[in-house]
Design a protein around this ligand. Sequence first.
Ligand SMILES: C[S@@+](CC[C@H](N)C(=O)[O-])C[C@H]1O[C@@H](n2cnc3c(N)ncnc32)[C@H](O)[C@@H]1O
Length: 176
Amino acid sequence: MVLVALALRISPCWFLIGFLLLGIVYWNAFRTRVPLYLTGREVVMELLERLPEGSFEFADLGFGLGGLLAMLAKEKPQGKFFGVEVAPLPFLIGKARCMSLPNCRMEWGSYEKIDLSGFDFVYAFLSPVPMPGLFEKAKREMKPGSVFVSNSFGVPGTEADETVIVGGNALYFWRM
Ligand SMILES: C[S@@+](CC[C@H](N)C(=O)[O-])C[C@H]1O[C@@H](n2cnc3c(N)ncnc32)[C@H](O)[C@@H]1O
């Protein structure tokens, strides 16, 4: 690859631009151990079916490009949707997507600083690494009767109240 790149005489600026682009997408991935991948349509449909007809508050911890929140907020205008994202470029893309949705609010930063006590549903699609700590936080802060949902990643030593397979992914539900 190095020899090919040298032979093609590509300006080093392009490599710098590529590096910076990856940096603003995968910002903090070394620390958080969570890469960017997106919730599939089948999971969005499953969540839509489970969300109530009345008012509720929903949080997506690490909203990626904001697709899940935008779809849910459009379909459930009576719900209030909140997202937090630590990576700068995904944050800006998600924010732009949700700007026209009055029931959707997004913040830049870490979910570690978000108080989960006001939410009826908290959704996470992260990686195995943060799950034990996040689950402890959810147990400490979420109100009785609220629901914590994890896409694909369980909590070692803790059985979910319900597990469903949707679009090839396991969705774990815990009632707090
Ligand atoms: C697998 S993606 C899921 C994206 C989105 N929730 C979805 O389901 O389509 C995980 C996202 O969480 C973000 N993330 C990881 N750790 C975070 C943290 N501590 N606080 C906020 N966002 C975080 C990553 O930057 C990444 O965009």
